[in-house]
Design a protein around this ligand. Structure first.
Ligand code: MEV
Length: 437
């Protein structure tokens, strides 16, 4: 019998029933299906309310980055990520920065952009002015939709009207600028855009279609800078000054070449996204915002490239390396998964941040730390050495090494520089034959 993915009423079933159906579909053993189970202390009902068709959880490792000092205060930073070496690299970089005072971070006001698309406007230039003429009234109407946000000092603060040529004719796009305070802003912004759209359509004489937040959060930025002293960067074979120059060379390639820039910025997001995930925030929004900001900045500059690094490196008068970062940080502490996910709540408490802006500052510092660590490794010993041991450890476990065998398998693989599944299997067999004989 062929299997059908059409399962009537799947969404109405209990978690256990859905899981049983999926187990049968995939032919999972009881042990395999156990991987979906909820850990103790997590109420399945909470997760069942968060998304649809829930069958369980997908845990990823949660590590703590140490050594972070930001604006004079110490932080332990929870990072949720599946990739080895990231947490260690962030901690090491933070230790280097700490020796010169740590990270100094700041944010802009937490202003998000909502977009309303208006089509078929006969006179877009005059229509733009008609909307701007009514700005105060329109902002008041938007704010009436969220009195709580207004009470906390947030709400709709400004309007901008853009006229865009497109493949489907000229469009008028209204930007509503909303201070989201400690929220991510998605709900407040979308509600306001939907409420104002009919009035925008009336004023412009067109018809409104899309009404949605923009993830290119150019008004909600987090920035950080830190000094990495040259004398902390020397290796067995290179002086600190040489390492500083090698990092500047690596950075210059990211500025000049989109192929390198993509990887450079990916490394930054290793740090930022892991904290975003650990705090229950929307990591797709942050990723999308970061990469589009990197492209947007290239467009705004006179650089002959399509994307720029989110970080900048310079050498100061002492020959030390100074790193800076600027990224959109549309994260929240109230609402969303942050408010209900038990691990996210515990992580926010560990982090100790009191406002979304403070969380943004942590993100910027971690992104800079992560990027510095990657560039330092790439410019000196290469990235693989740090990765190797953890990777070898995973391989040893996946070929079936028992806890008392893992260390010996790892040691051999690292020594031989052969971090491969087939070799791990051979090493384990050899080891077992050796101890049997
Ligand atoms: C790997 O996840 C991230 C790096 O590739 C970043 C970089 O190359 O800068 C190491």
């Amino acid at each position: 019998m062929t299997r059908s993915s059409e399962i009537p009423g799947f969404y109405r079933r209990s978690i256990a029933e859905r899981r049983a159906a999926v187990r049968e579909w995939a032919g999972l053993s009881e042990d395999e299906a156990r991987a979906f189970e909820f850990p103790p202390g997590v109420d399945p009902a909470t997760f069942d309310r968060m998304i649809e068709n829930v069958i369980g959880v997908m845990p990823i490792p949660l590590g703590i980055a140490t050594n972070f000092r930001i604006n004079g205060a110490d932080y332990l930073v929870p990072m949720a990520i599946e990739e080895p070496s990231v947490v260690a690299a962030a901690s090491n970089a933070a230790k280097v920065a700490r020796s010169s005072g740590g990270f100094f971070a700041q944010t802009t006001a937490p202003v998000m952009i909502g977009q309303v698309q208006i089509l078929d406007v006969p006179d877009p230039v005059a229509a733009r002015l008609r909307v701007l003429d009514r700005k105060d009234e329109l902002l008041a109407a938007a704010n009436a939709k969220d009195p709580v946000l207004v009470k906390f000092g947030g709400g709709a603060k400004d309007l901008d009207v853009r006229i865009l040529p497109s493949a489907r004719g000229t469009m008028v796009v209204v930007h509503l600028l909303v201070d989201a305070r400690d929220a991510g802003g998605m709900n407040a912004v979308n509600t306001m855009c939907e409420a104002l759209a009919p009035e925008f359509a009336r004023l412009t004489g067109g018809r409104s279609v899309l009404r949605i937040i923009s993830n290119l959060a150019v008004h909600r930025l987090a920035r950080a800078h830190a000094t990495f002293p040259a004398d902390r960067l020397k290796t067995e074979t290179a002086s600190g000054a040489e390492v500083v120059d090698a990092i500047l060379d690596a950075y210059a390639l990211a500025v000049a070449d989109p192929f390198r820039c993509a990887t450079h910025n990916k490394g930054i997001m290793n740090g930022i996204s892991s904290v975003v995930i650990a705090t229950g925030n929307d990591f797709r929004a942050i990723e999308s915002g970061a990469h589009s900001y990197a492209a947007w900045r290239a467009g705004e500059s006179d650089a002959a490239t399509v994307i720029l690094p989110l970080t900048t490196y310079e050498k100061d008068k002492n020959g030390d390396l100074v790193g800076s970062i600027e990224v959109p940080a549309p994260v929240g502490l109230v609402g969303g998964a942050t408010a209900v996910h038990p691990t996210a709540k515990a992580n926010v408490k560990v982090l100790g941040v009191k406002t979304a802006r403070e969380l943004g500052q942590v993100l910027a510092a971690v992104g800079l730390a992560q990027n510095f660590a990657a560039l330092r490794a790439l410019a000196t010993e290469g990235i693989q050495r740090g990765h190797m041991e953890l990777h070898a450890r995973n391989l040893a476990a996946s070929v079936g090494a028992r806890p008392d065998e893992v260390d010996r398998v790892v040691e051999r693989l690292v020594k031989e520089r052969q971090i491969r599944f087939d070799r791990a299997k051979e090493v384990l067999d050899e080891l077992r034959r050796g101890s049997a004989g």
